[in-house]
Ligand binder design. Sequence first.
Ligand SMILES: *Cc1c(COP(=O)(O)O)cnc(C)c1O
Length: 229
Amino acid sequence: MNSVRENITRIKDRISEAAGRAGRNPAAVRLMAVTKTVEDDRIQAAIEAGITLMGENYVQEAKRKIELMGKDVQWHMIGHLQSNKAKYAVRLFDMIHSVDSLDLARELDRRSREAGRVIDVLLEVNLSGEESKSGCSPDEAFNLAVGCSGFPNLALKGLMTMPPWCEDPEAARPYFRKLCELKERINGKKLPGIALNELSMGMSGDYEVAVSEGATIIRIGTAIFGPRR
Ligand SMILES: *Cc1c(COP(=O)(O)O)cnc(C)c1O
């Protein structure tokens, strides 16, 4: 198995190449290491290899890891978030990628106010309509963006999606393109205080396609750390 460091180097090279081919600046793409179920020493190795952005799916697991590894790196919540965990989430994370209901947005706003902060959030959009996936519909994303513009302690920064799993990375391209178009349509509404710049999309199997379609954050687990147990 390749070392974490070698994997990261290879992925960064591929991001640069994919960005170059698309006429994008590679510096506009942030590489997130997704750390669910990964052993602490391997996460540490990723930090030593220069990763500055971590993604976690579970509040409990994140709490332990953040206490251990510190806040020199950024931690983003990418998993489904229940409203009753919002209180902890706003204290632990720098950004939450998985806002998919007005109730959750409202609760995050309230808990952020209590914590004396403004939290960056993304709307998670389910573009395939798969029942098993979390995320709101594209129509709901409009309503949520309107809602968020009225929540002073939420800073809505962009959109996140997870296309249906497929062997062929090209199968994800239409979903990435739709997410980018949705971002532009929401920006076109000129909602007060809302300017979406972030597109969180692309995982181990399809990140080069995501970069070519405008991803600003790619979320990589397996390609950095190897298969999850
Ligand atoms: C696990 C996970 C990833 C990383 O998936 P890999 O295929 O291992 O790169 C990205 N995003 C989310 C939301 C995840 O849960």
